[in-house]
Design a protein around this ligand. Sequence first.
Ligand code: SAH
Ligand code: SF4
Ligand code: F3S
Length: 470
Amino acid sequence: MIQKITQAELDRQQEYVRAFPSLPDRPMTYHIVTYGCQMNVHDSEKLAGILESMGMTAAPTREEADFVLHNTCCIRDNAERKALGNVTWLKEIKKVRPSLLIGVCGCMVQEEGMAEKILRQYPFIDLAFGTGNIHCLPELLYKAAERKGRVVDVPEEQSTLAEGLPVRRGSPWQAYVTIMYGCNNFCTYCIVPHVRGRERSREAKDILRDVEELVKSGTKEIMLLGQNVNSYGKELEGDWNFARLLREVAKTGIPRIRFMTSHPKDLTDELIETIAETPSVQRHFHLPAQSGNDRILRAMNRHYDRAQYLDRVHALRKFVPDIGLTTDLIVGFPGETEAEFMDTMDLVEEVGYDSAFTFIYSPRVGTPAASLPDQIPPEVSTERIERLIKAQDRHTEKCLHSLIGSVQDVLVTETSRRDETMMTGKCGRNISINFTGTKEDLGRILPVRVLSAGRTTLRGEKCLEENKDE
Ligand code: SAH
Ligand code: SF4
Ligand code: F3S
């Protein structure tokens, strides 16, 4: 059951916002450390928004903050170990500065048994909450700051949806907009459905209102977020789907639209046609394949086989010839033979991705794949991933070289730290391009001619043509 957080509950939280004290001589400061995917990055923007509404200010480092919050990820074992290692490191700071408040939230906290583990093994953690009760932060932090006891509130049910939380955005030009939460797919290796709850789509009117406000405030690019954006709207009233949402979002006049992530099984012709007809949708499509082998894909519960995946790739390229494709690949899924792995190598050759995120399978407690026989020894997986990365690197190089001489529209977002005249931004295909420019270029969409290619980035020069966005 999707539980929309009521206005009454949000109003109740506002009472804690108003009551939250500052220190005698200054406001309390916070620092958020974020792990994991864009979902978490955006959640951290909301957490920061809430903390600032409570009168707190951002501290540039953990060492300087009164409250350090770790927004954790548990997608793979190394993500989890990194988060726990850093939380434990804070214990030392707390020894010399006992007033430090330590909090953890995010996906790891939502894992089965983790709340109890935090209470038992991590006594220096003052505050822990889950992915579904971010909106309760004012109340939880208020209670933790009273120091009458530790505050651990991790409801089992994560299927909540809260609107209207304040957001402190990381960039004036680019913004994340969540369109749906959770996942229903239960890929057998994946922990996300267990820690993020069931799929729930935000109402289109709420999404469109957010995007309209962003357009007014000068945002140039939005990233629509969801674990499986293609299944947007399934449980909403009215005839909503992702393609229709995309068309409506485009009508707001936002110059650039991106989205993440798409599941191949739900990639419809309607969506592909919508992308082709909507110039503001950027020419980049992230289409996780996970494996190139049919038996492994079945064991992963991906609901497509290699031929169906390739059919979607061909359809994308037929309707949107200049689209750049990227993917996620897992090696060493339980039982993966050398021949099955070679099917993944072969897929990389056949598709020719712009780039790929490659992962060694990591068993996650509570997922079906973790208890499969034939777990692959780490040295075998490591050797496989090295071969895979090498194969993909050749395609990345090929892709970058194919763009030399072309003119790309770049949203300029950064100045190089080493050289103030060197500007960076991404082109429609989501590849970074460096070029000589000035600070005035920041936040503009400029045509840049590609002159040369590095290993993962391009180098270019500003064209003298008219700017597209002005
Ligand atoms: N919802 C998105 C991505 C979720 S997680 C999707 O379905 O594409 C991002 C990536 O992490 C996945 O695509 C997968 O490649 C990888 N991943 C997830 N669980 C993993 C595990 N247990 N071990 C290794 N990689 C994993
Ligand atoms: Fe995980 Fe699969 Fe859902 Fe992606 S679609 S979040 S990989 S279960
Ligand atoms: Fe990690 Fe949670 Fe994202 S497990 S990858 S932060 S949804």
